[in-house]
Design a protein around this ligand. Structure first.
Ligand code: GLN
Length: 188
């Protein structure tokens, strides 16, 4: 059984924890830096990236998170994708630059422009259809040569990984399908 930390400062962290538990693993709500010790992996959830980044700095968690991200598998969803990106627009503090992507925040419009659609995911050569929920989602507008595309929606890359970092512009925790969490926990 793996211990999966879920950054729990703001946003949609509880649904991630439920999914981890449904898959038979332990979820740890990471509210301060001490909570990261003993975690095998970390999920950075959706929410408001500006608020979460400010809280990380206010709580003095940045250095610990940076070290953790350098050495453990991390999945970022929506706001989590923004926080792991090399660069994103209109952030009060720099993101963690753990994956070589350039991100445009809120690129699909406002809350009412949120949508659900099916995407084809490439799980290391094994393809699977998934339902993807996009809520004020960011867009990956450029990616570096090390980044592997795992899924697109229309032309846009919506799921990608670079070594042990995986990012989704949608919310995998809001469907019943645990395939992405399972891949993150067992294969990344
Ligand atoms: N629009 C949010 C941001 O820029 C992300 C939205 C989400 O996580 N659902 O942080």
């Amino acid at each position: 059984m793996a211990r999966i930390g879920v950054l729990a400062l703001q946003g949609d962290f509880e649904k991630h924890s439920l999914m981890i538990e449904q898959l038979g693993h332990q979820a740890v709500a990471v509210k301060k830096k001490e909570h990261l010790s003993g975690c095998d992996r970390l999920i950075m959830p959706g929410g408001e990236s500006t608020a979460i980044l400010k809280l990380i700095d206010r709580l003095g968690m940045r250095d610990t998170l940076e070290k953790f991200i350098a050495g453990h598998p991390v999945m970022g969803t929506c706001a989590g994708l923004i926080m792991l990106a090399r660069q994103a627009d209109r952030l009060p503090v720099p993101p963690f630059a753990a994956i070589d992507i350039l991100v445009q925040r809120n690129a699909y419009g406002r809350q009412i422009d949120s949508f659900i659609d099916r995407i084809d995911v490439d799980f290391d050569g094994c393809n699977k259809q998934m339902e993807a929920v996009f809520i004020r989602a960011p867009k990956i507008v450029a990616l570096g040569p090390e980044v592997r595309v795992m899924a697109r929606h229309k032309q846009d890359v919506v799921l990608a990984r670079q070594k042990h970092i995986m990012v989704a512009s949608f919310h995998p925790e809001l469907t019943e399908d645990g395939a992405l969490h399972d891949f993150f926990i067992n294969k990344l």
